[in-house]
Design a protein around this ligand. Structure first.
Ligand SMILES: NC(=O)c1ccc[n+]([C@@H]2O[C@H](COP(=O)([O-])OP(=O)(O)OC[C@H]3O[C@@H](n4cnc5c(N)ncnc54)[C@H](O)[C@@H]3O)[C@@H](O)[C@H]2O)c1
Length: 470
Protein backbone atom coordinates (compact mmCIF):
# COMPACT_ATOMS: atom_id res chain seq x y z
CA UNK A 1 0.00 0.00 0.00
CA UNK A 2 1.33 3.42 -0.80
CA UNK A 3 2.23 6.15 1.67
CA UNK A 4 -0.51 8.57 0.77
CA UNK A 5 -3.37 6.17 1.09
CA UNK A 6 -1.98 4.85 4.34
CA UNK A 7 -1.96 8.35 5.79
CA UNK A 8 -5.44 9.14 4.57
CA UNK A 9 -6.85 6.09 6.28
CA UNK A 10 -4.95 6.81 9.45
CA UNK A 11 -6.58 10.25 9.52
CA UNK A 12 -9.99 8.70 9.13
CA UNK A 13 -9.37 6.56 12.17
CA UNK A 14 -7.86 9.23 14.38
CA UNK A 15 -9.03 12.74 13.48
CA UNK A 16 -12.48 12.15 12.06
CA UNK A 17 -13.53 9.55 14.61
CA UNK A 18 -12.34 11.64 17.52
CA UNK A 19 -13.72 14.97 16.38
CA UNK A 20 -16.90 14.04 14.60
CA UNK A 21 -16.03 14.49 10.97
CA UNK A 22 -14.19 16.64 8.49
CA UNK A 23 -16.20 19.80 9.21
CA UNK A 24 -15.26 19.69 12.86
CA UNK A 25 -11.60 19.07 12.05
CA UNK A 26 -11.51 21.99 9.63
CA UNK A 27 -13.19 24.41 11.99
CA UNK A 28 -10.72 23.50 14.71
CA UNK A 29 -7.86 24.05 12.29
CA UNK A 30 -6.67 20.48 12.74
CA UNK A 31 -6.52 19.46 9.11
CA UNK A 32 -2.72 19.43 9.16
CA UNK A 33 -1.03 16.11 9.58
CA UNK A 34 2.79 16.13 9.17
CA UNK A 35 3.38 16.27 5.44
CA UNK A 36 4.59 13.25 3.50
CA UNK A 37 8.15 13.73 2.28
CA UNK A 38 7.83 11.16 -0.49
CA UNK A 39 6.73 12.11 -3.94
CA UNK A 40 3.17 11.32 -5.04
CA UNK A 41 2.83 8.68 -7.79
CA UNK A 42 0.77 10.30 -10.53
CA UNK A 43 -0.74 8.89 -13.71
CA UNK A 44 -1.75 11.30 -16.49
CA UNK A 45 -4.67 10.77 -18.88
CA UNK A 46 -4.24 13.13 -21.86
CA UNK A 47 -0.77 14.67 -22.08
CA UNK A 48 -0.92 16.75 -25.27
CA UNK A 49 -1.14 20.54 -25.08
CA UNK A 50 -2.58 21.53 -21.66
CA UNK A 51 -1.86 18.07 -20.29
CA UNK A 52 1.83 18.82 -20.94
CA UNK A 53 1.43 21.96 -18.86
CA UNK A 54 -0.20 20.07 -15.97
CA UNK A 55 2.61 17.57 -16.11
CA UNK A 56 5.22 20.35 -16.00
CA UNK A 57 3.53 21.87 -12.95
CA UNK A 58 3.58 18.49 -11.20
CA UNK A 59 7.00 17.36 -12.38
CA UNK A 60 8.36 17.34 -8.81
CA UNK A 61 6.19 14.28 -8.13
CA UNK A 62 6.69 10.76 -9.55
CA UNK A 63 5.28 10.51 -13.06
CA UNK A 64 4.54 6.78 -13.14
CA UNK A 65 2.28 6.43 -16.18
CA UNK A 66 1.04 8.50 -19.09
CA UNK A 67 -1.77 7.77 -21.45
CA UNK A 68 -2.89 9.37 -24.70
CA UNK A 69 -4.76 8.45 -27.89
CA UNK A 70 -2.85 10.57 -30.40
CA UNK A 71 0.86 9.84 -30.77
CA UNK A 72 1.50 11.90 -33.91
CA UNK A 73 4.68 13.94 -33.96
CA UNK A 74 4.94 17.71 -34.26
CA UNK A 75 5.70 17.42 -37.98
CA UNK A 76 2.43 15.52 -38.47
CA UNK A 77 0.43 18.22 -36.67
CA UNK A 78 0.22 21.90 -37.41
CA UNK A 79 -0.19 24.90 -35.15
CA UNK A 80 1.00 25.92 -31.71
CA UNK A 81 0.57 22.66 -29.87
CA UNK A 82 2.62 20.32 -27.68
CA UNK A 83 2.09 16.79 -29.04
CA UNK A 84 1.69 13.93 -26.57
CA UNK A 85 4.64 12.21 -28.28
CA UNK A 86 6.96 15.03 -27.10
CA UNK A 87 5.64 14.95 -23.53
CA UNK A 88 6.15 11.19 -23.45
CA UNK A 89 9.66 11.46 -24.87
CA UNK A 90 10.57 13.85 -22.05
CA UNK A 91 9.40 11.26 -19.46
CA UNK A 92 10.94 7.90 -20.34
CA UNK A 93 10.52 6.85 -16.70
CA UNK A 94 6.74 6.77 -17.11
CA UNK A 95 4.93 3.75 -18.54
CA UNK A 96 3.20 4.76 -21.78
CA UNK A 97 -0.30 3.46 -22.65
CA UNK A 98 -3.19 4.19 -25.02
CA UNK A 99 -6.19 3.10 -22.97
CA UNK A 100 -6.74 4.76 -19.59
CA UNK A 101 -8.91 1.85 -18.42
CA UNK A 102 -6.02 -0.57 -18.98
CA UNK A 103 -3.59 1.84 -17.35
CA UNK A 104 -5.67 2.17 -14.17
CA UNK A 105 -6.29 -1.54 -13.95
CA UNK A 106 -2.74 -2.74 -14.68
CA UNK A 107 -0.95 -0.10 -12.63
CA UNK A 108 -3.46 0.32 -9.83
CA UNK A 109 -1.01 -0.43 -7.01
CA UNK A 110 1.58 2.04 -8.31
CA UNK A 111 -0.83 4.96 -8.72
CA UNK A 112 -1.81 7.36 -5.90
CA UNK A 113 -3.26 10.14 -7.97
CA UNK A 114 -4.58 10.78 -11.47
CA UNK A 115 -4.75 13.89 -13.68
CA UNK A 116 -7.44 13.92 -16.38
CA UNK A 117 -6.86 16.31 -19.30
CA UNK A 118 -8.67 14.80 -22.28
CA UNK A 119 -11.47 16.16 -24.43
CA UNK A 120 -14.43 17.07 -22.19
CA UNK A 121 -16.64 14.07 -23.00
CA UNK A 122 -14.18 11.65 -21.32
CA UNK A 123 -13.51 13.68 -18.14
CA UNK A 124 -16.28 12.32 -15.93
CA UNK A 125 -15.88 8.68 -16.82
CA UNK A 126 -12.11 8.59 -16.36
CA UNK A 127 -12.19 10.75 -13.22
CA UNK A 128 -15.00 8.81 -11.55
CA UNK A 129 -13.33 5.49 -12.36
CA UNK A 130 -10.11 6.68 -10.70
CA UNK A 131 -12.04 7.93 -7.67
CA UNK A 132 -13.77 4.58 -7.29
CA UNK A 133 -10.33 3.00 -7.22
CA UNK A 134 -9.34 5.22 -4.29
CA UNK A 135 -7.14 7.75 -6.16
CA UNK A 136 -6.84 11.50 -5.64
CA UNK A 137 -8.01 13.11 -8.89
CA UNK A 138 -7.26 16.42 -10.60
CA UNK A 139 -9.77 16.81 -13.43
CA UNK A 140 -9.70 19.58 -15.99
CA UNK A 141 -12.47 22.11 -16.33
CA UNK A 142 -15.26 21.79 -17.26
CA UNK A 143 -15.47 18.78 -14.96
CA UNK A 144 -18.06 17.11 -17.14
CA UNK A 145 -19.90 17.31 -20.42
CA UNK A 146 -23.39 16.77 -19.00
CA UNK A 147 -25.35 17.90 -15.97
CA UNK A 148 -25.82 14.28 -14.93
CA UNK A 149 -22.05 13.69 -15.01
CA UNK A 150 -21.31 16.90 -13.06
CA UNK A 151 -23.75 15.92 -10.31
CA UNK A 152 -22.25 12.42 -10.16
CA UNK A 153 -18.81 13.96 -9.62
CA UNK A 154 -19.98 16.24 -6.81
CA UNK A 155 -21.66 13.26 -5.19
CA UNK A 156 -18.54 11.10 -5.52
CA UNK A 157 -16.37 13.78 -3.88
CA UNK A 158 -18.84 14.12 -1.01
CA UNK A 159 -18.70 10.39 -0.40
CA UNK A 160 -14.87 10.31 -0.42
CA UNK A 161 -13.74 13.43 1.45
CA UNK A 162 -10.22 12.03 2.04
CA UNK A 163 -9.49 11.71 -1.66
CA UNK A 164 -8.42 15.14 -2.87
CA UNK A 165 -10.47 16.27 -5.87
CA UNK A 166 -9.37 19.34 -7.79
CA UNK A 167 -11.03 21.16 -10.71
CA UNK A 168 -8.64 22.67 -13.28
CA UNK A 169 -9.93 26.23 -12.78
CA UNK A 170 -6.35 27.32 -12.23
CA UNK A 171 -7.16 30.95 -11.45
CA UNK A 172 -9.01 29.84 -8.33
CA UNK A 173 -5.63 29.68 -6.58
CA UNK A 174 -4.50 33.05 -7.96
CA UNK A 175 -3.97 36.25 -6.01
CA UNK A 176 -6.32 38.07 -8.41
CA UNK A 177 -9.32 35.81 -7.80
CA UNK A 178 -8.78 35.81 -4.06
CA UNK A 179 -8.47 39.62 -4.01
CA UNK A 180 -11.71 39.95 -6.01
CA UNK A 181 -13.54 37.79 -3.48
CA UNK A 182 -12.12 39.70 -0.51
CA UNK A 183 -12.78 43.13 -2.04
CA UNK A 184 -16.35 42.38 -3.13
CA UNK A 185 -17.12 40.92 0.28
CA UNK A 186 -15.64 44.05 1.88
CA UNK A 187 -18.07 46.19 -0.15
CA UNK A 188 -15.44 47.75 -2.44
CA UNK A 189 -18.04 48.60 -5.09
CA UNK A 190 -21.17 48.54 -2.89
CA UNK A 191 -24.04 46.18 -3.66
CA UNK A 192 -23.59 44.18 -6.88
CA UNK A 193 -26.70 43.68 -8.98
CA UNK A 194 -25.36 43.28 -12.52
CA UNK A 195 -22.41 41.38 -13.99
CA UNK A 196 -21.01 40.83 -17.49
CA UNK A 197 -18.74 37.82 -18.03
CA UNK A 198 -17.08 37.54 -21.42
CA UNK A 199 -14.69 35.82 -23.79
CA UNK A 200 -13.96 37.94 -26.85
CA UNK A 201 -10.64 36.61 -28.16
CA UNK A 202 -11.91 35.47 -31.53
CA UNK A 203 -8.38 35.36 -33.01
CA UNK A 204 -7.44 32.69 -30.45
CA UNK A 205 -10.87 31.10 -30.73
CA UNK A 206 -10.38 30.27 -34.37
CA UNK A 207 -7.71 27.79 -33.33
CA UNK A 208 -10.41 25.83 -31.52
CA UNK A 209 -13.67 26.52 -33.29
CA UNK A 210 -14.56 25.00 -36.64
CA UNK A 211 -16.76 26.82 -39.14
CA UNK A 212 -20.34 25.53 -39.30
CA UNK A 213 -19.66 24.33 -42.86
CA UNK A 214 -17.41 21.59 -41.41
CA UNK A 215 -20.57 19.64 -40.58
CA UNK A 216 -20.62 18.82 -44.30
CA UNK A 217 -17.31 16.92 -43.95
CA UNK A 218 -18.59 14.48 -41.35
CA UNK A 219 -19.31 11.71 -43.85
CA UNK A 220 -16.00 11.93 -45.70
CA UNK A 221 -14.06 8.63 -45.56
CA UNK A 222 -10.49 9.12 -44.41
CA UNK A 223 -7.80 6.71 -43.32
CA UNK A 224 -7.14 6.92 -39.58
CA UNK A 225 -3.42 7.59 -39.00
CA UNK A 226 -1.73 4.68 -37.26
CA UNK A 227 -0.78 6.94 -34.33
CA UNK A 228 -4.39 7.94 -33.63
CA UNK A 229 -6.48 5.54 -31.48
CA UNK A 230 -9.77 6.81 -32.83
CA UNK A 231 -12.08 4.38 -31.03
CA UNK A 232 -10.49 5.30 -27.70
CA UNK A 233 -10.81 8.99 -28.51
CA UNK A 234 -14.54 8.43 -29.11
CA UNK A 235 -14.89 6.66 -25.76
CA UNK A 236 -18.51 7.08 -24.61
CA UNK A 237 -19.51 9.11 -27.69
CA UNK A 238 -21.43 7.48 -30.56
CA UNK A 239 -19.23 6.10 -33.36
CA UNK A 240 -18.42 8.52 -36.17
CA UNK A 241 -15.85 8.67 -38.95
CA UNK A 242 -12.38 9.93 -38.18
CA UNK A 243 -11.56 13.43 -39.37
CA UNK A 244 -8.64 15.68 -38.38
CA UNK A 245 -11.16 18.50 -37.92
CA UNK A 246 -11.84 17.06 -34.45
CA UNK A 247 -8.39 16.68 -32.93
CA UNK A 248 -6.27 18.01 -31.45
CA UNK A 249 -8.07 21.00 -29.84
CA UNK A 250 -11.03 21.30 -32.23
CA UNK A 251 -13.30 18.79 -30.53
CA UNK A 252 -14.38 21.75 -28.37
CA UNK A 253 -17.23 22.98 -30.48
CA UNK A 254 -18.69 19.56 -31.33
CA UNK A 255 -21.68 18.49 -29.22
CA UNK A 256 -20.45 14.91 -28.79
CA UNK A 257 -17.00 15.87 -27.50
CA UNK A 258 -16.91 19.38 -26.08
CA UNK A 259 -18.96 21.97 -24.20
CA UNK A 260 -18.56 25.00 -26.48
CA UNK A 261 -17.09 28.38 -25.63
CA UNK A 262 -19.07 28.63 -22.41
CA UNK A 263 -17.81 25.26 -21.15
CA UNK A 264 -14.28 26.15 -22.17
CA UNK A 265 -13.93 29.68 -20.77
CA UNK A 266 -16.97 30.03 -18.50
CA UNK A 267 -15.43 28.12 -15.56
CA UNK A 268 -12.45 30.51 -15.39
CA UNK A 269 -14.42 33.72 -15.69
CA UNK A 270 -17.47 32.74 -13.64
CA UNK A 271 -15.29 31.56 -10.77
CA UNK A 272 -14.57 34.94 -9.05
CA UNK A 273 -18.22 36.04 -9.06
CA UNK A 274 -19.71 32.66 -8.13
CA UNK A 275 -17.29 32.56 -5.22
CA UNK A 276 -17.64 36.20 -4.10
CA UNK A 277 -21.45 36.36 -4.34
CA UNK A 278 -22.15 32.71 -3.56
CA UNK A 279 -24.23 32.32 -6.70
CA UNK A 280 -26.25 29.11 -6.45
CA UNK A 281 -28.75 28.05 -9.08
CA UNK A 282 -30.37 30.72 -11.26
CA UNK A 283 -34.15 31.17 -11.33
CA UNK A 284 -34.27 32.03 -15.05
CA UNK A 285 -31.86 31.45 -17.93
CA UNK A 286 -32.24 32.77 -21.47
CA UNK A 287 -29.80 32.17 -24.30
CA UNK A 288 -29.31 33.36 -27.86
CA UNK A 289 -27.02 32.48 -30.74
CA UNK A 290 -25.75 33.93 -34.02
CA UNK A 291 -28.02 33.89 -37.06
CA UNK A 292 -26.10 31.05 -38.74
CA UNK A 293 -26.84 28.65 -35.88
CA UNK A 294 -29.59 26.59 -37.50
CA UNK A 295 -31.38 23.62 -35.93
CA UNK A 296 -29.41 21.24 -38.14
CA UNK A 297 -26.08 22.78 -37.05
CA UNK A 298 -27.18 22.76 -33.40
CA UNK A 299 -27.51 18.97 -33.53
CA UNK A 300 -23.76 18.73 -34.16
CA UNK A 301 -22.09 21.91 -32.92
CA UNK A 302 -22.23 24.60 -30.28
CA UNK A 303 -22.89 28.20 -31.38
CA UNK A 304 -19.93 30.30 -32.47
CA UNK A 305 -21.38 33.51 -31.01
CA UNK A 306 -23.80 33.35 -28.07
CA UNK A 307 -25.14 35.12 -24.99
CA UNK A 308 -26.79 33.79 -21.87
CA UNK A 309 -28.75 35.88 -19.35
CA UNK A 310 -28.86 34.32 -15.90
CA UNK A 311 -30.93 35.74 -13.06
CA UNK A 312 -29.90 34.57 -9.59
CA UNK A 313 -32.34 35.00 -6.69
CA UNK A 314 -31.61 37.13 -3.64
CA UNK A 315 -29.49 35.31 -1.04
CA UNK A 316 -28.41 36.18 2.48
CA UNK A 317 -28.25 39.95 2.60
CA UNK A 318 -27.79 40.54 -1.12
CA UNK A 319 -30.43 41.34 -3.75
CA UNK A 320 -30.99 39.30 -6.96
CA UNK A 321 -28.12 39.40 -9.46
CA UNK A 322 -28.34 39.37 -13.27
CA UNK A 323 -25.32 37.90 -15.02
CA UNK A 324 -24.82 38.02 -18.78
CA UNK A 325 -22.39 35.71 -20.56
CA UNK A 326 -20.88 37.10 -23.78
CA UNK A 327 -19.42 34.30 -25.94
CA UNK A 328 -17.23 35.87 -28.63
CA UNK A 329 -19.03 39.18 -28.37
CA UNK A 330 -17.91 42.30 -26.52
CA UNK A 331 -19.92 43.75 -23.62
CA UNK A 332 -20.35 47.52 -23.26
CA UNK A 333 -17.28 49.28 -21.89
CA UNK A 334 -18.01 50.41 -18.31
CA UNK A 335 -17.92 54.12 -17.41
CA UNK A 336 -14.48 55.20 -16.23
CA UNK A 337 -12.56 52.53 -18.23
CA UNK A 338 -9.21 53.77 -19.61
CA UNK A 339 -9.87 55.43 -22.97
CA UNK A 340 -6.58 54.34 -24.54
CA UNK A 341 -6.99 50.63 -23.85
CA UNK A 342 -9.50 48.01 -25.00
CA UNK A 343 -11.19 45.75 -22.45
CA UNK A 344 -9.30 42.51 -21.72
CA UNK A 345 -10.17 39.67 -24.13
CA UNK A 346 -11.75 37.60 -21.37
CA UNK A 347 -12.98 38.32 -17.86
CA UNK A 348 -15.81 40.07 -16.09
CA UNK A 349 -17.33 43.42 -15.10
CA UNK A 350 -19.18 43.82 -11.81
CA UNK A 351 -21.46 46.83 -11.50
CA UNK A 352 -22.00 47.94 -7.91
CA UNK A 353 -23.85 50.80 -6.26
CA UNK A 354 -20.52 52.54 -5.46
CA UNK A 355 -18.36 51.62 -8.45
CA UNK A 356 -17.24 48.99 -10.93
CA UNK A 357 -14.74 46.12 -10.72
CA UNK A 358 -13.23 44.82 -13.98
CA UNK A 359 -11.12 41.66 -14.21
CA UNK A 360 -9.24 40.11 -17.10
CA UNK A 361 -7.95 36.54 -17.62
CA UNK A 362 -7.32 35.74 -13.97
CA UNK A 363 -5.33 32.55 -14.52
CA UNK A 364 -1.94 32.96 -13.04
CA UNK A 365 -1.10 35.67 -10.52
CA UNK A 366 1.15 34.34 -7.78
CA UNK A 367 0.63 35.11 -4.08
CA UNK A 368 1.04 38.86 -3.54
CA UNK A 369 0.95 39.70 -7.26
CA UNK A 370 -2.08 41.71 -8.51
CA UNK A 371 -2.27 41.51 -12.30
CA UNK A 372 -5.76 41.61 -13.77
CA UNK A 373 -8.11 43.66 -11.54
CA UNK A 374 -9.20 47.27 -11.86
CA UNK A 375 -11.49 49.34 -9.63
CA UNK A 376 -13.37 52.16 -11.35
CA UNK A 377 -13.51 55.11 -11.15
CA UNK A 378 -9.87 55.89 -10.38
CA UNK A 379 -10.95 57.86 -7.32
CA UNK A 380 -12.49 54.67 -5.84
CA UNK A 381 -9.31 52.74 -6.58
CA UNK A 382 -7.34 55.39 -4.67
CA UNK A 383 -9.68 55.66 -1.70
CA UNK A 384 -10.70 52.01 -1.18
CA UNK A 385 -9.11 50.68 2.02
CA UNK A 386 -7.93 47.18 1.08
CA UNK A 387 -9.17 44.67 3.69
CA UNK A 388 -6.84 42.29 5.50
CA UNK A 389 -6.29 39.13 3.46
CA UNK A 390 -8.64 36.50 4.85
CA UNK A 391 -8.35 33.70 2.27
CA UNK A 392 -5.33 31.40 2.17
CA UNK A 393 -2.82 31.82 -0.69
CA UNK A 394 -1.57 28.46 -2.03
CA UNK A 395 1.66 28.47 -4.02
CA UNK A 396 -0.24 27.15 -7.03
CA UNK A 397 -3.40 25.31 -7.97
CA UNK A 398 -1.41 22.11 -8.48
CA UNK A 399 0.51 22.26 -5.19
CA UNK A 400 -2.75 22.96 -3.37
CA UNK A 401 -4.06 19.63 -4.74
CA UNK A 402 -0.89 17.75 -3.81
CA UNK A 403 -0.98 19.20 -0.28
CA UNK A 404 -4.62 18.19 0.04
CA UNK A 405 -3.79 14.65 -1.15
CA UNK A 406 -0.98 14.41 1.40
CA UNK A 407 -3.32 15.47 4.17
CA UNK A 408 -6.38 13.55 3.03
CA UNK A 409 -8.62 16.59 2.60
CA UNK A 410 -10.33 18.62 -0.13
CA UNK A 411 -8.66 21.64 -1.80
CA UNK A 412 -10.65 24.85 -2.34
CA UNK A 413 -11.64 24.11 -5.94
CA UNK A 414 -12.82 20.60 -5.17
CA UNK A 415 -15.47 18.86 -7.26
CA UNK A 416 -18.32 20.03 -5.11
CA UNK A 417 -17.50 23.61 -6.11
CA UNK A 418 -16.19 22.74 -9.60
CA UNK A 419 -19.29 20.71 -10.44
CA UNK A 420 -21.51 23.68 -9.60
CA UNK A 421 -19.59 26.03 -11.91
CA UNK A 422 -19.55 23.31 -14.58
CA UNK A 423 -23.29 22.90 -14.23
CA UNK A 424 -23.90 26.64 -14.59
CA UNK A 425 -22.04 26.51 -17.92
CA UNK A 426 -23.92 23.42 -19.09
CA UNK A 427 -27.29 24.96 -18.13
CA UNK A 428 -26.25 27.98 -20.18
CA UNK A 429 -25.57 25.72 -23.16
CA UNK A 430 -29.03 24.22 -22.77
CA UNK A 431 -30.48 27.75 -22.77
CA UNK A 432 -28.54 28.58 -25.96
CA UNK A 433 -30.01 25.46 -27.57
CA UNK A 434 -33.47 26.76 -26.52
CA UNK A 435 -32.89 30.31 -27.74
CA UNK A 436 -36.15 32.23 -27.95
CA UNK A 437 -37.48 30.69 -24.70
CA UNK A 438 -36.84 32.05 -21.23
CA UNK A 439 -36.22 28.90 -19.18
CA UNK A 440 -37.34 28.85 -15.57
CA UNK A 441 -35.21 26.78 -13.20
CA UNK A 442 -36.09 25.36 -9.79
CA UNK A 443 -33.00 25.13 -7.62
CA UNK A 444 -34.71 22.83 -5.11
CA UNK A 445 -35.84 20.27 -7.65
CA UNK A 446 -32.72 20.98 -9.76
CA UNK A 447 -34.65 21.05 -13.01
CA UNK A 448 -36.30 23.34 -15.54
CA UNK A 449 -39.95 24.08 -14.86
CA UNK A 450 -41.14 24.94 -18.35
CA UNK A 451 -39.22 22.70 -20.77
CA UNK A 452 -39.04 18.92 -20.93
CA UNK A 453 -36.59 19.11 -23.82
CA UNK A 454 -34.25 21.22 -21.68
CA UNK A 455 -34.41 18.65 -18.85
CA UNK A 456 -33.77 15.88 -21.38
CA UNK A 457 -30.45 17.55 -22.21
CA UNK A 458 -29.09 16.75 -18.73
CA UNK A 459 -27.76 13.51 -20.23
CA UNK A 460 -26.32 12.33 -23.53
CA UNK A 461 -26.51 8.86 -25.08
CA UNK A 462 -23.46 6.75 -24.12
CA UNK A 463 -21.90 3.98 -26.13
CA UNK A 464 -22.46 0.48 -24.77
CA UNK A 465 -19.55 -0.52 -22.55
CA UNK A 466 -18.86 3.13 -21.59
CA UNK A 467 -21.48 3.52 -18.88
CA UNK A 468 -20.83 6.15 -16.22
CA UNK A 469 -19.42 4.67 -12.99
CA UNK A 470 -21.36 6.06 -10.04
N1 LIG B 1 -7.12 24.89 -16.98
C1 LIG B 1 -6.82 25.53 -18.09
O1 LIG B 1 -6.41 26.69 -18.05
C2 LIG B 1 -6.95 24.81 -19.38
C3 LIG B 1 -6.34 25.30 -20.53
C4 LIG B 1 -6.47 24.57 -21.71
C5 LIG B 1 -7.22 23.40 -21.73
N2 LIG B 1 -7.83 22.98 -20.58
C6 LIG B 1 -8.66 21.76 -20.57
O2 LIG B 1 -7.81 20.66 -20.80
C7 LIG B 1 -8.48 19.67 -21.56
C8 LIG B 1 -7.66 19.37 -22.80
O3 LIG B 1 -7.57 20.54 -23.58
P1 LIG B 1 -6.41 20.72 -24.64
O4 LIG B 1 -6.44 22.10 -25.12
O5 LIG B 1 -5.14 20.24 -24.04
O6 LIG B 1 -6.93 19.70 -25.75
P2 LIG B 1 -6.09 18.87 -26.78
O7 LIG B 1 -7.00 18.23 -27.74
O8 LIG B 1 -5.07 19.77 -27.31
O9 LIG B 1 -5.36 17.81 -25.87
C9 LIG B 1 -6.04 16.76 -25.28
C10 LIG B 1 -5.09 15.60 -25.18
O10 LIG B 1 -5.81 14.50 -24.63
C11 LIG B 1 -5.67 13.39 -25.49
N3 LIG B 1 -6.86 12.58 -25.37
C12 LIG B 1 -8.09 12.78 -25.89
N4 LIG B 1 -8.91 11.77 -25.56
C13 LIG B 1 -8.18 10.93 -24.78
C14 LIG B 1 -8.48 9.70 -24.12
N5 LIG B 1 -9.67 9.14 -24.18
N6 LIG B 1 -7.50 9.11 -23.42
C15 LIG B 1 -6.26 9.66 -23.34
N7 LIG B 1 -5.93 10.81 -23.96
C16 LIG B 1 -6.89 11.44 -24.66
C17 LIG B 1 -5.49 14.00 -26.87
O11 LIG B 1 -4.92 13.09 -27.79
C18 LIG B 1 -4.59 15.17 -26.56
O12 LIG B 1 -3.24 14.80 -26.50
C19 LIG B 1 -9.85 20.25 -21.88
O13 LIG B 1 -10.81 19.74 -21.01
C20 LIG B 1 -9.69 21.73 -21.66
O14 LIG B 1 -10.88 22.36 -21.25
C21 LIG B 1 -7.69 23.64 -19.42
Amino acid sequence: MNEIRTLSRRRVLTGAAALGGLGAMRSLGMATVPSVPDRVNIAFIGIGNYGANNLKELAAENIVAICDVDWRTRSQLSGRFTPASETAAAHPEAKRLDDWRVMLEKMDKRIDAVVVCTADHVHAQAALTAMKMGKHVYCEKPLAATVQEARAMAHMAERHPRQATQTGIVGHASEDVRLIVEWVRAGAIGTVEKIDVFQTDWAAGQRYINPYSDTEKMDVDLVVPEEVKWDLFLGPAPVRKYNPMYLPLRWRNWQDFGTGILGDHGPHFLDPVVWALELGYPETIEGDADAGYSEAIARQMFARVSHVNYRFPAKGGRPPVTLKWWGYDTPPVPPGWKKDQPLPTGGGILYGTKGVLVYGPVYSSKPGEQKQIWLLPEELDRSFQRPEKSIERPQSHWTEWIDAARHGRQPSCNWNYGAHITELCLLGNIAIAHHGTKLRFDGEQKKFLNSDTANAMFTRPRRKGWELPV
